[in-house]
Design a protein around this ligand. Structure first.
Ligand SMILES: [Zn+2]
Length: 283
């Protein structure tokens, strides 16, 4: 029986029976793998608090049959990324990215660049209170992840007729993005792409440059609200079309985090300092 020793992120977990847990991992050397951790709910020695979402773990197990779940004997915690769970917008965005990886990456297909990007993403999400350009960085992570999963949008020519698209070909400085084609289409070809929608020239220019940025520049960049909204719409439409799946975590994310009113409504009320007079009576 082939042994499996690898480092991996926990991207999904489900209780199974009284003592087992089924987990989906994204591992360094094998990509996504579905596993069963036998007796994980009972054995603190073999699984010492290590099976939480986002955690980076070192696993030790074996494959009984090529089509069966990988069986994990032992799991050691390397990095817990616990802070992600303390901040609502980090946690909900993190769950959205976990669902993308879980739904859209192929089983047992190595992708070390994506593995390293998840490390960067979870580190970023753990440091959220200190990050000022959160939305912009999230959009850049989203774009990097869909590119690494093979859905990189084509943003320079019409994917239907092949014509090069520059601003002079677009009416009112808007381009047409077709999720079905996976990129831009021209006005002439639009009737064949009913789901196509407008994206501004500024967003297209920025997305075309985004993959050339290094981490230092990514941290300094700040998108306008229009670029943020259009970039999110473009990436999410692309993912939905190609996976054929409506992401559950995205519904929650769009309802709570993308709606600024939620934080306004849930902000704790400002506490006015109580002033007492010399008799100890509140004034
Ligand atoms: Zn065309």
């Amino acid at each position: 029986m082939p042994r499996v020793k690898d480092n991996a992120f926990i991207i999904n977990k489900t209780d199974y029976g009284e003592s087992d847990i089924i987990i989906t991992l994204f591992s360094l050397n094998r990509g996504k793998i579905s596993c069963i951790a036998k007796g994980a709910k009972r054995s603190r020695r073999r699984f010492p608090g290590s099976l939480e979402l986002f955690s980076l773990v070192s696993i030790n197990g074996f494959i009984k049959h090529p089509l069966a779940l990988t069986r994990i004997d032992e799991c050691q915690l390397l990095k817990p990324y616990l802070a992600i769970q303390d901040e609502l917008k980090s946690y909900l965005n993190g769950c959205y990215f976990l669902e993308i990886i879980n739904r859209c990456s192929a089983e047992r297909q190595t992708n070390k660049t994506l593995f390293n990007l998840l490390d960067d993403l979870f580190t970023f999400l753990s440091e959220v209170p200190h990050n000022r350009n959160f939305n912009c960085r999230i959009r850049l992570f989203e774009l990097q992840i869909i590119t690494l999963l093979g859905f990189k949008p084509e943003l320079s020519r019409c994917l239907d007729c092949g014509i090069e698209l520059h601003s002079e070909h677009t009416k009112g400085q808007f381009f047409l993005f077709s999720p079905q084609a996976g990129g831009l289409v021209c006005n002439h070809c639009r009737p064949r792409h009913p789901a196509a929608f407008n994206v501004s020239q500024g967003t297209i220019n920025l997305l075309n440059q985004a993959h050339k940025l290094d981490n230092e520049l990514r941290n300094k960049l700040n998108f306008t609200p229009q670029v943020e909204t259009e970039s999110a719409r473009l990436c999410r439409a692309l993912l939905r079309w190609h996976s054929g799946y409506n992401f559950k975590s995205l519904k929650v994310l769009e309802r709570y985090v993308d709606n600024d009113n939620f934080f306004a409504l849930n902000r704790p009320p400002t506490i006015q300092p109580i002033t007492l007079n010399k008799y100890g009576v509140q004034q």
